[in-house]
Write a protein that binds this ligand. Structure first.
Ligand SMILES: *[C@@H]1O[C@H](CO)[C@@H](O)[C@H](O)[C@H]1NC(C)=O
Ligand SMILES: *[C@@H]1O[C@H](CO)[C@@H](O)[C@H](O)[C@H]1NC(C)=O
Ligand SMILES: *[C@@H]1O[C@H](CO)[C@@H](O)[C@H](O)[C@H]1NC(C)=O
Ligand SMILES: *[C@@H]1O[C@H](CO)[C@@H](O)[C@H](O)[C@H]1NC(C)=O
Length: 303
């Protein structure tokens, strides 16, 4: 079922820094994804991501996404899902690096969570629901892999996009090919290989998002208007469009090849050193480091 398995292509990732061996987020019980209705009949809904301090894709957030996307299987009530964030300054952050460095809690199967994460970003393309990003904060790495797989994205004044994987010696595995489709190969090469941070205006100009809006209120108004209009459309029509547009998406095989590229890179000794350095210098993924993550990674790894 899972067309792409991190576990299967993973040979070994042996960075062990016992210092970073715990995952505090793993014990939370409150819901990190809050649902509210946009349209009266609730066929358009908002999912607010709330995993402070920067919406890290950790065990809890991955599990909640898995549950939520499963709930969208075999249902006809929800036609449109808008994702937004409640966490100041951030839309969504990266995958917990502790998964990649064997510094996850003992008893946790890191591969299982990475696989679940990858399975879910694939589902964003396949589920017969229209996904919209209402983005008014930093959208980095895994956060961007999700965002570029939504059916569309809109940005507010505080949106910033970036994928610093290349600076760390890796590839933006679930988002590189979608980004190429959105902004074209030349801009994607610049943004990815130079680890550029891209603001809302630039993102709208290049096609990373559909449009940029001057205030959070304007952004919301526009997104909700689009969501309501789509939700008023017959479900068969929505499904036909999603299936048609999906035919132009990069294939699952292409995604699998990117995963192989990611794994081939991730076993390089310099990558293991880089990941350890990032964990150390960020004081284990601190919010301060994440505020300017592309620049900070370039600074500590490339001088
Ligand atoms: C590193 O961060 C994780 C996730 O926030 C946390 O669970 C863990 O305790 C931290 N480890 C150290 C050594 O601070
Ligand atoms: C339910 O959803 C799953 C996953 O999308 C699909 O494989 C299955 O065929 C669906 N079942 C029905 C009855 O539609
Ligand atoms: C870890 O999860 C993977 C699936 O991602 C599975 O194939 C593997 O058997 C699991 N390992 C253990 C020790 O349970
Ligand atoms: C957004 O980025 C572009 C390109 O780097 C830059 O010219 C522009 O001044 C930036 N806009 C804001 C509001 O920072």
């Amino acid at each position: 079922m899972r067309s792409t398995s991190y576990h299967l292509v993973k040979h070994t990732l042996a960075v062990s820094f016992a210092l970073f061996a715990l995952l505090a987020h793993a014990s939370g019980t409150s819901s990190l994804l809050k649902q509210s209705c946009i349209s009266e009949d609730c066929s358009a809904v908002r999912i607010t991501i709330d995993n402070p301090p920067f919406n890290l894709f950790d065990i809890n957030l991955i599990s909640e996404f898995d549950k939520y996307l499963s709930s969208l299987n075999n249902q006809t009530k929800i036609k449109v899902v808008v994702f937004s964030s409640d966490v100041p300054g951030f839309f969504a952050g990266h995958l917990d690096l502790n998964f990649l460095s064997n510094t996850i809690r003992p008893g946790i199967n890191a591969s299982e969570y990475v696989d679940k994460y990858l399975f879910n970003i694939e589902r964003l393309l396949d589920l017969p629901v229209v996904f919209i990003g209402e983005i008014n904060g930093r959208t980095w790495e895994a956060g961007n892999e999700n965002a570029v797989r939504y059916d569309m994205r809109f940005a507010g004044p505080d949106a910033v996009f970036g994928a610093p994987e290349a600076a760390a010696g890796l590839i933006h595995v679930g988002g590189a090919q979608q980004l190429v489709q959105l902004v074209g190969p030349a801009l994607a090469t610049e943004y990815l290989l130079a680890s550029t941070e891209v603001n809302a205006t630039e993102a709208a100009r290049t096609g990373w998002v559909n449009s940029a809006h001057p205030t959070a209120g304007d952004l919301r108004k526009h997104v909700e208007n689009v969501a309501r209009r789509i939700a008023n459309t017959h479900i068969e029509v929505i499904r036909a469009h999603k299936a048609s547009i999906r035919e132009q998406s990069p294939s699952k095989a292409a995604m699998r090849r990117d995963l192989e590229r990611f794994v081939d890179l991730s076993i390089q000794p310099y990558v293991q050193v880089n990941v350890a350095k990032i964990l150390r210098d960020s004081q284990n993924e601190s919010r301060t480091f994440e505020l300017d993550v592309n620049e900070n990674i370039v600074k500590i790894l490339q001088g």
